[in-house]
Ligand binder design. Structure first.
Ligand code: HEM
Length: 387
């Protein structure tokens, strides 16, 4: 009798388990919730809007990278929100801009032989970067206004959507403070810590939008179910990976900010040494350390090795997870890290040419997007198909 009862219990348990975990039942649940217009209709418009912003900000990171690598960032010396929308129209207006540029240290210290023609090129990169920034602001503002006024915002999402706008505005401010840092006496580039802050904030906004998009793709029942099935230990380690990756992006910005990629161009050594002897030179303050090429490049390299180890560890850890998709995803993450490490090495070996440095920056962004996605799928696993 007891055996029969146990069997019935197990069969029932299996049925419940299957219902939660099989793809078929997942779609049943989805269908159930898809029938509820409150959950489905509003997120469609928000998702289109957020996706547009995500693509625009990704393009912005690339344009920002080109602006930096072509040394165009200091070519416009003023910040005029409305007046700066249009570029100079005639030769007189160009000469006015050129004269203003001639007054900054970058011109006198490193660029005194620049021609008007060359100045126009660097001007257009910076102008394009700022114009695209304005467009991002407008797309956020118009989208937010339309979503709020036509009441299609999913419930509880107005504040998160507003937060994106605040961060976009803050990014504009950080961008301007960064440019201003390049006009101080003796400066021929923007300060590297401002560049790292600007890059870090861009990556943070991208992460936030991507996270919101991933959340909005799922209904609350599926998220709750996912949370219940979460492998907490694995999830914690993916968090650790993300924290280290965040530091790595900031370190990357610091390397880029002082062109440290051109100071040590061998690998696996740095100027023939395992540990660069210059690592501690001139490190009497934090700011000085951040401007020491040996210090920032060595940290960037070591953090990359650490990321390979941690992603390998979490891939191994994921092998005990019953969900094939989760296991594959962690393998994918590990391979993406190895790929990024390889591009980093090529960047150093080719002395950070514009093209390779841009590829390294773009792949770093793709790795970041993959990592956020892995984090989400680990936090809210969707399918629990047992193999
Ligand atoms: C997972 C590993 C890595 C990640 C996520 C990463 C990410 C980044 C990022 C975000 C930047 C800033 C790009 C910019 O603002 O233009 C950067 C710059 C840089 N990284 Fe990495 N990196 C990694 C590994 C490496 C490795 C292993 C090396 C060298 C051995 C390396 C060398 C460089 C150099 C030289 C720059 C400056 C390039 C420039 O001047 O634009 N990176 N990295």
């Amino acid at each position: 009798m007891r055996e029969i009862a146990e069997e019935v219990f197990l069969v029932q348990k299996k049925l419940v388990f299957q219902e939660i975990d099989s793809e078929a039942s997942g779609s049943n649940l989805d269908q159930h919730y898809e029938r509820q217009p409150r959950d489905l209709v509003p997120t469609k418009y928000s998702r289109i809007w957020l996706s547009t912003l995500l693509v625009m900000i990704t393009i912005m990171v690339i344009v920002g990278g080109i602006t930096r690598l072509t040394d165009s960032g200091l070519s416009i010396v003023e910040w005029d929100l409305i007046g700066g929308i249009l570029p100079p129209f005639n030769e007189v207006e160009w000469l006015v801009q050129f004269e203003k540029y001639k007054a900054i240290p970058e011109f006198s210290l490193v660029n005194s032989d620049i021609t008007l023609q060359k100045f126009k090129t660097i001007f257009y990169w910076e102008w394009g970067h700022r114009l695209w920034g304005r467009l991002i602001g407008i797309v956020w503002l118009v989208g937010f206004g339309v979503i709020v006024l036509s009441k299609v915002a999913p419930s509880g999402w107005i504040i998160p959507f507003f937060l994106i706008g605040v961060l976009i505005g803050l990014q504009g401010l950080v961008g301007w403070l960064m440019v201003q840092s390049g006009f101080s006496d003796g400066m021929t580039d923007v300060a590297s810590y401002w560049l790292a802050a600007h890059l870090g904030l861009a990556f943070s906004i991208i992460a936030l939008i991507q996270w919101y998009l991933l959340l909005l793709r799922r209904d609350s029942a599926s998220l709750m179910l996912g949370r219940r099935n979460r492998d907490r230990f694995l999830n914690r380690w993916v968090n650790v990976f993300l924290i280290i990756l965040s530091f790595q992006i900031i370190f990357g910005g610091l390397v880029a900010g002082i062109d440290a990629g051109t100071s040590y161009t061998d690998w696996p050594f740095m100027a023939g040494e395992i540990f660069p002897s210059e690592y501690f030179s001139g490190n009497s303050s934090w700011i000085e350390s951040l401007e020491n090429p040996a210090f920032v490049q060595f940290n960037h390299r070591v953090t990359a090795y650490l990321l390979v180890l941690v992603s390998l560890f979490i891939w191994v850890l994921s092998s005990r997870n019953p969900v094939t998709f989760i296991r594959k995803l962690h393998l994918f993450l590990f391979l993406a890290v190895v790929f990024q490490l390889t591009i980093g090495i090529i960047t150093v070996l080719t002395e950070s040419t514009v093209e390779i440095a841009l590829i390294h920056q773009f792949c770093g962004l793709v790795l970041w997007l993959i990592a956020i996605w892995v984090q989400f799928e680990t936090a809210y696993p969707k399918r629990q198909r047992l193999n």
